[in-house]
Every structure is written in C-alpha cells, then in structure tokens.
Design a protein around this ligand. Sequence first.
Ligand code: HEM
Ligand code: HEM
Ligand SMILES: [Fe+2]
Length: 481
Amino acid sequence: MLSSIKTNVIQDSPSKKLAMMYFRVALVLFGAQLLMGLIAGLQFLYPSFLYGIFDFSVSRMVHINALVVWMLYAMIGAVYLMLPDETGVRVPVAIGLGKLAFWVLTAAVTVVVLVYIFIQVGPGKESTIWFINEGREYLEAPRWADIGIVVVVLIFYANVFFTYLKGEKTGIMTVMVADLMALAGLYLAGMFFTDNISMDQYWWWWVIHLWVEATWEVFVGALAAYGLIRVINAKREIVEMWLWIEVLMLFGSGILGLGHHYFWIGTPEYWWEIGALFSALEPVPLVAMFVHVLYDWGKEQGHADAHGKGTAIANGPVMAWISINAFGNFLGAGIWGFFHTLPQVNIYTHGSQFTAAHGHLAFFGAYATILIGMMYLGIQDSYGIHRMKATFKSKMAMFLITFGVVGMTVALTIAGYEQVLVERAELGAGWQAYFTAQNLPWYIQAQIWREIMGVVTFVGFLYLVWDLLTIGKTAKAAEEA
Ligand code: HEM
Ligand code: HEM
Ligand SMILES: [Fe+2]
C-alpha cells in the first residue's frame, strides 16, 4: 500500500509554530537581500547612483549579510520543523526559552540592519568594531551582536540537543545534532581580531569556507533526507545510508579544500598542492547528493508505476525545490567551483566576476532552494494539510527565480571571462587594466544582463511570497471540499 505521508509526522507542534516565525523573518530578509542586490547591480551600470548617500560598498555589504542571516534564520526554522518528527517529542524541552531567543535575535538583527543602513561606517577605531561593523565580508555584525548571537545560538542548540536526548535518535537527527555543534562552533573563529590581515583572513575563511563547503552541505544533506522521507515516502534506511556516505565525503574533501582560499593571502606555499587536491575532490560528494535525490525519486516512480497509480507526492513544491537543489548544488558549487579551484586557473580568475558567478549559483543552488522547500513543508504542517499540490504561483516562483539566477550566473561568467582575457592575460592585471576591462562592451553588456535577470529573480520572489501567503488556505479548502 502506497501512502503519501509517513505516519509519525507531528503536524501540530509548538516547535513548528516557532519554525514558521523563523521562516517569516527569513523571507523578509530575503526580499531585502534582493533589493540591495538590485541597487548594487545598478551601481555597476551607473557608478554615481546614490554615490555619497548609499555607496556600492554599503549596498553590497547589506546584500551579502542579509543573505547569510536569512539563511541562518531559515536553517534554524528547518531544525525546529524536523525536530518533533525525528525525535517523536511534540514539545521541545525549552520551547519558551526558544521563543524568547527568537525575539532577542530578531530585535538584535533589526538594530544591526538599521545601523548598517543609516550609520554605515565609523572611524578606524575599536568602538567601530564594537558598535557599527567588524568589516569582515559576510559577517559584518558588530561585536556586541556577535556575542548576542552566540548566546542565542547556545539556547537554540541546547533546546535541540536535550530534545534529541529525550526522544528517538534517528540517523538524520544524529547527523544534524553533531553538524550543528560544528557549525555553531566555527562562528567563533570569525570573532577574534588581529591587526595582521593575513591572519585575519586565515581565520575568517574557517567560518566562510567551512560553513558553505562542509557544515552547511551536511546540513542540507540531512534536510534532503528528511524531506524525501516526508514527501515521497523514501525508505529511511536508504536515505540514511546515503547521508552517512555524504557526511564522510563532504568532510573528507571540504576540510582541507579550505586550502583553495590560501593561495594568495600570505599563507605558506604548501597550500597550493593541498588546496588543489582536496578542493578538486569536492564535487564528488556533490555528485553523490545529486544521484541520491534522483535515485530515490526514480525508485518511488517505479514503485508507483508497479502499483498502477500516479506517484503520491505529499508536497509538490517541496519535491520540486529539492530537485532544483540537487541540480543547483551540483552546478553552482561542484561545476562552477571546480572551474576556478586549481591555483593554475585561480591566478587568473581570483576575485573576478567569475567568482561572483560561482557565489550566486552556489548559494542559490545549494541553500536558497532547499530552504524555500522547507518553508512549504512548514505551511503544509501549520494548516494540517495531507497533500499539497503546486499552484500556478508556485510554478511561476520556481521558474522565474531559477531562470533569473541562472541568467545572472551566465552574464557574470561572461563578464569574468572578459576580465580574465583582457584585464589579466592581455593587460597584466594592473590597476589601469582593471578599469580598461570594465569599460569594454562585453563587460558592460554582461552587467546589463545581470541587472535584467536580477529583476526577473525579484519578480519570481514576489510570486513566491504571494504563493506562500495563500497556498495553505487554498490547499486546505480543496482538501475539505
Ligand atoms: C554551496 C557551496 C559553495 C558556496 C555557497 C560557495 C560560495 C562562494 C563564494 C560566495 C565565494 C566568494 C568569496 C569571496 O567573497 O571572496 C567563493 C569562492 C570560491 N569558491 Fe566557492 N562556494 C561553494 C562551494 C565551492 C566548491 C565545491 C568549490 C570547489 C570545487 C569552490 C571553489 C571556490 C574557490 C576556488 C573560490 C575562490 C575564488 C577566488 O579566488 O576569487 N566553492 N565560493
Ligand atoms: C536581484 C537579484 C540580485 C542582484 C541584482 C545581485 C547583485 C549583486 C551584486 C551587484 C553583487 C556585488 C558583486 C561584486 O562585488 O562584484 C552581489 C554579490 C553577491 N550576491 Fe547577489 N544579487 C542578486 C541576488 C542574489 C542571490 C539570489 C544570491 C544567493 C542566493 C546572491 C548572492 C550573492 C553573493 C554570495 C555575493 C558575493 C559574491 C562575491 O563576493 O563573489 N545574490 N550580488
Ligand atoms: Fe571554499
């Protein structure tokens, strides 16, 4: 008998309500991220746009910090979403404290964002690091907020950890609990300050790289495993077996793959070989994750056909976003990452628009996609829906956002290619070469296309919000009719 929903899903849990609170803030910050991206993109085309009022350095900073923070919000939300189902514990051990932590974090984030927008920069003094921003790309939060974040995350982690201890211990949850410890612990590496820029960058990369290429990847592996069980009733033994293999491979290549950021920052030369070898292996686990999703998906199809029924997908949008995730992670991180990971190539591509192309497709493909999927799962549970189908709006959101980001990536790849040929290879990578290359038509046209595709992405985002606000009610009404 093919049932569309695994029986032990606890739809009505305060943990899931808290998850929805996190998802809502994540969505608002996602919108802010895109608007800032559009401003920054426009400043490539009109360098005087908002100059002196809201400089490129500021719009870019808010763009990428909002990116990191909305993803962390959605990740915490996803953990609160899966916690009751995986542990069998309906109410997490300290749910009240968990809610308090949410409000404290949200208040702190609001203050930080207002300071970024209205105060922007401070003098080169210790007080700026404490109260305005730390100046570390992606993690600019001032130190008071850093410390606050650590406290809030400790509360979140304690809640997850003790609930896990109290309940059932599935493989998925065990991986999640261990991974979260590493993920949270790594944040500390970005908190100490030295005047030596090489040392500062050395530790900063521990957070950035070991997040996105090790701990976050394991995180999404666990989410995909959980999602596939819920949505296509994938066999737990199979998804968990894949998950353990992925964990082994992700950490195996991701940890020393860190070396691909140590090529040119003043670190010893042995990093060339280490970084080249291990980071070149990083696409391997990404292929495994890709195969994993398609394998489970195909198996489920075959199963359904054998029973002469259509596939019973418990949540259409979730399955679609998980599939986009499998492709996006592989392409954005695996392929676009691999392109520039060898020092022989990176010496030409380093810090070019090629890097930006990879950054966009990887963050989107590996993380934005599956986190959006988790939001749909949250809606299914909060409305107590048995089966949720994709609507026209869900499809528009998927299509426009994905098409927009892929379009931006292609445009930026062309800009990067032009930079490599003209600025780096032909003109020798000097200061003047940089500006010459930026004023050639290939580069300018690419930047125009990036902005157009950015608008497409934004329209897709509007569909996404519209869909998320309405799909639950519609699906519930249809089910009751
Ligand atoms: C989902 C996973 C990944 C994400 C989100 C991601 C994101 C990024 C971002 C945002 C940057 C730019 C950092 C900066 O501002 O300086 C970057 C740089 C880089 N990434 Fe990734 N990446 C991922 C996976 C990978 C993988 C698997 C590889 C290699 C196979 C890779 C290779 C590189 C390299 C070599 C750089 C340095 C580029 C330069 O020298 O300018 N990345 N990545
Ligand atoms: C409305 C759509 C968007 C526009 C117009 C846009 C525009 C921009 C611009 C102009 C920059 C600065 C690039 C530079 O310094 O050369 C940037 C950086 C970045 N954006 Fe976006 N963006 C958009 C959406 C996104 C999305 C959806 C993601 C990921 C989910 C993302 C992730 C990033 C990252 C990681 C960087 C830093 C890249 C690096 O340092 O190499 N952006 N974006
Ligand atoms: Fe990396």
